[in-house]
Design a protein around this ligand. Structure first.
Ligand code: BTN
Length: 263
């Protein structure tokens, strides 16, 4: 494990490994060693990268994406910011727009943890919490030129969507990713220190994917079969999804579930 020489506003080390099982596992080890709030572990390749939905893997060709986990310590449960995953989504979206200005206004957050560009997923966020520690894992497709057939039409990369990423072509792929990582840490630090309430909900709703559109939502587990159809009305105080359902003519809130895009 090497320590990267990049700016981390959390004032904690940013580690890098070529290959890991999952940066979530490494982050847990770093936590057990007593590493500080804001410590980061980034990897070029994860042999067992995981997604939010149980059993789903997070796959990425070696070196094409940015995969990392931020270790966040909240000794008092009450200090954990509300809607942490969504707020991380705001930070990642802003950082992508800082990084690739051509994408300004195009980066959306699909509830609860996906970052979308042109209706396709460019990044995902996974927060795992226990004993006052949150491991915030973030995976971003950066330099992929294409995707395997099962992801085609569903996945986006910053390279494909922003043309040339508005960046110095001389830079190595690794430098490009670390530059993006730095921008994400800056935005994440700002977001997490914006005060408990802040105005994250308003900012979130501005970039909420499918806001005010008709959606199909699968309540609970991905295979629950409990379909809800209605208008995506917004986000509640705790980060829950609000849907004005067609059948009951009321606004219902959901803490678990997934918006269905491909059926
Ligand atoms: C999702 O879209 O379901 C969440 C994907 C999260 C992927 C990141 S990559 C870094 C960290 N390590 C993992 O194993 N998963 C997260």
């Amino acid at each position: 494990m090497t320590e990267l020489n990049i700016f981390n506003p959390f004032n904690a080390p940013v580690f890098h490994e070529e290959t890991v099982s999952s940066t979530m596992d490494v982050s847990r080890r770093l936590a057990a060693q007593g590493r500080a709030h804001g410590t980061v572990i980034a990897a070029d390749f994860q042999e067992a990268g995981r997604g939010r939905i149980r059993g789903r893997i997070w796959e990425m060709d070696r070196g094409t994406g940015l995969s990392f986990t931020v270790l966040l310590r909240y000794p008092r449960m009450n200090d954990i910011p509300a809607a942490l995953t969504l707020r991380a989504g705001i930070a990642v979206s802003l950082a992508i727009e800082d990084f690739a200005p051509l994408l300004q206004g195009m980066v959306k957050v699909k509830w609860p943890n996906d970052i979308m560009i042109n209706e396709k997923k460019a990044a995902g966020i996974l927060c795992e919490a226990n004993d006052g520690i949150v491991h915030m894992g973030i995976g971003i497709n950066v330099t992929q030129n294409g995707f395997p057939s099962h992801l085609r039409g569903k996945a986006a990369s910053l390279l494909v969507n922003s043309g040339q990423l508005s960046m110095n072509i001389e830079k190595s792929a690794q430098d490009i990713k670390f530059c993006l990582l730095e921008k994400i840490l800056v935005r994440l630090y700002e977001e997490l220190n914006a005060g408990k309430s802040g105005d994250w909900k308003r900012r979130m709703e501005k970039r909420l994917f499918k806001k005010d559109e008709q959606v199909l939502f699968m309540e609970g587990a991905a295979d629950s079969g409990m379909e809800v159809r209605g208008r995506l009305a917004g986000i509640g105080e705790q980060g829950e999804l609000l849907i004005a359902s067609d059948s009951e003519n009321i606004i219902r809130s959901f803490f678990n579930g997934e918006l269905v895009l491909y059926k």
